[in-house]
Design a protein around this ligand. Structure first.
Ligand SMILES: Nc1ncnc2c1ncn2[C@@H]1O[C@H](COP(=O)(O)OP(=O)(O)OP(=O)(O)O)[C@@H](O)[C@H]1O
Length: 555
């Protein structure tokens, strides 16, 4: 039913015209059947046969049109609903609290919004035909009732018995579909690991062999599950078909034996029952697609629930002209929950204040809590105790979006895109100035609102990321180990030229750094240790110590 819960939101609204078309197509199915049955009774009447042939051809023509309209309308509507769902999940991911989105994970999100919704889309046409098939079966049974009440009882009796027999099969198929879904997830995770570490696998044969053995085991378990599903499906299909044959045999053998129905009626009833073979087989055959779509819908709804967020409306930020003097954390804590009760880590309670226009370095050992601290300051990790405040005013849940608007950030695992999605106006030469400052003008230009290329070295990509961040023209720039990928020459340039350049333009800089040779470039150094903060006094570099050999990179 999860599938219907999803489709009901959009695709199944104002469904009446579609249902009418389905019933019309089913009624035309019935017209085909009755014209054939009437023809059976008029085999010795050439004029009557001609008239019935015209009725048959006209019904077939109209059925084709009604069926076509219904399929097109349903498919258009459902595909539109799926297109909305695809982007909706991305909107929810963007709107969700970061820990929730991170707990779901980008690969699961991509899987659900991509291939799994695709499964749902592929099931749509068969589902629409199944709906029309149900209507056709109901109308044929009604027609059968006009021929013989006993015939309907016989067909119905066999269908119910068959339904009970295949019911267990259906439950097993649904359970197997879940297992297959998990096995597919495990295999795609192993495949991703291998594809992400091709270089390492080439360099270490043991690693390659173990990783491939692991993937093979997953593929084998998927094969077994799929084989079990195939065997169960064949059982389900044959029982369904046998049920149908039994219903037909019931009319031919049972109806004249237990009632005094005349031969002509038995033949017509048998023919009517035979006529519903196609819709019955259609429904039976479409069941695996329905199960896959149902499983995909369940994963979709589960991810949606885990994100806990309503889709984000697309609104532009309100710009950078934001007057504030201080941003502070007061007695603030955030706890990483860890997995299964182990590996939890708490940052805080911490007190820190960032003055507007200052340069703040956050230093400390690996795993001390530096990145977590800046995520708290950015309002990306919700402060669980204490407060995040601007000019002494607490930032509540409603103010978080506006608060985040103050920052541009280059994270340590930043992903640089060619398109400058976040950039403000680009027509005043600032972009060119930045390309020169970051020494990237001979490699990259800006064309429209995009870099001409991002196919660059790691350090160069980081420079582009910094340019993109500065083009957002936010008052606060946050950098997480930005200089780690830079050469000694450019690292020096960053701390000795670029940071003063930013400060001179009034940009507040908060940088996580391990570069102890340049700690003096900060106004304030906050040392993080096991989730707590110590404020250190920064000192100017002693005079007379020569700089290391820092030649510009020849590019
Ligand atoms: N997503 C997460 N889930 C659970 N625990 C986490 C998560 N991210 C970090 N942690 C825990 O929080 C601690 C602090 O991590 P954080 O990334 O803030 O450290 P850091 O000081 O930035 O380290 P580094 O210098 O290595 O980048 C880590 O020791 C880790 O145990």
């Amino acid at each position: 039913m999860d599938l219907w819960r999803i489709l009901r939101r959009d695709a199944l609204r104002n469904i009446q015209p579609l249902m009418l078309l389905a019933v019309l197509a089913a009624a035309l199915n019935l017209a085909l059947l009755t014209s054939l049955n009437d023809a059976l009774l008029a085999l010795d009447d050439p004029e009557g046969l001609q008239r019935l042939l015209i009725v048959f051809l006209l019904s077939a023509f109209l059925w084709r049109i009604a069926q076509g309209w219904m399929m097109n309308a349903a498919s258009k509507r459902m595909q539109a609903a799926l297109a909305v769902l695809r982007v909706d999940l991305l909107r929810r991911a963007v709107a969700a609290d970061l820990p929730d989105a991170m707990a779901v994970g980008s690969s699961r999100l991509a899987q659900v919004a991509g291939p799994e919704l695709q499964l749902l889309a592929q099931a749509v046409p068969t589902l629409v035909i199944s709906f029309q098939s149900v209507a056709a079966i109901v109308l044929c049974l009604l027609y059968l009732a006009t021929l013989s009440g006993a015939a309907v009882l016989i067909v119905f009796g066999f269908l119910v018995t068959g339904g009970i027999l295949i019911g267990r099969s259906v439950v097993r198929l649904e359970l197997m579909s879940e297992t297959i879904h998990e096995a597919e997830g495990a295999l795609s995770e192993r495949s991703e690991h291998i594809l992400q570490t091709l270089r390492e696998c080439k360099l270490n044969r043991r690693r390659a062999a173990n990783a491939l053995a692991d993937a093979t085991a997953c593929a084998e378990s998927l094969r077994k599950e799929r084989h079990r599903f195939g065997a169960e499906y064949s059982h389900y299909f044959t029982i369904s078909e046998l049920t149908y044959y039994a219903a037909l045999a019931g009319i031919i053998f049972l109806l004249p034996a237990v009632t005094n129905t005349d031969i002509a009626t038995v033949i017509l009833a048998g023919h009517a029952a035979a006529f519903i073979a196609y819709p019955v087989i259609t429904i039976v055959a479409s069941y695996p697609s329905y199960i896959s779509a149902e499983t995909a819908a369940r994963s979709y709804l589960a991810v949606e629930a885990e994100l806990k967020a309503a889709p984000l409306a697309v609104t532009q930020g309100r710009g950078t002209d934001d007057a504030f003097s201080t941003i502070a954390l007061e007695g603030a804590t955030f706890r990483h929950a860890g997995r299964d009760g182990t590996g939890s880590f708490t940052v805080g309670p911490v007190d820190m204040t960032v003055e507007r226009g200052s340069v703040v370095f956050i230093t400390g050992h690996n795993g001390a809590g530096k990145s977590t601290l800046i995520h708290m300051l950015l309002g990306l990790y919700p402060v669980q105790r204490g407060i995040l405040s601007v000019d002494g005013v607490p930032v509540g849940p409603d103010g978080l979006t506006a608060h985040r608007d103050r920052f541009s950030v280059v994270f340590s695992d930043n992903h640089v895109t060619r398109q400058l999605y976040g950039a403000a106006a680009l027509d005043d030469g600032f972009a060119e100035e930045l390309l020169d400052l970051l020494e990237m003008s001979d490699k990259v230009a800006i064309d429209g609102r995009a870099f001409t290329t991002v196919d660059l070295s790691q350090g160069q990509k980081k420079r582009l990321a910094l340019i993109a961040a500065l083009l957002e023209r936010k008052p606060v720039l946050v950098l997480d180990e930005w200089a780690a990928d830079q050469s000694p020459y450019f690292r020096r340039k960053f701390y000795r030229e670029i940071i003063p350049w930013l400060k001179a333009r009034g940009i507040t800089v908060i940088a996580v750094t391990h570069d102890d040779a340049y700690f003096d470039a900060a106004d304030v150094q906050l040392q993080v240790d096991r989730g707590g903060i110590r404020r250190l006094v920064t000192t100017a570099p002693p005079a007379g110590i020569p700089a290391p050999d820092l030649l510009p990179a020849s590019s």
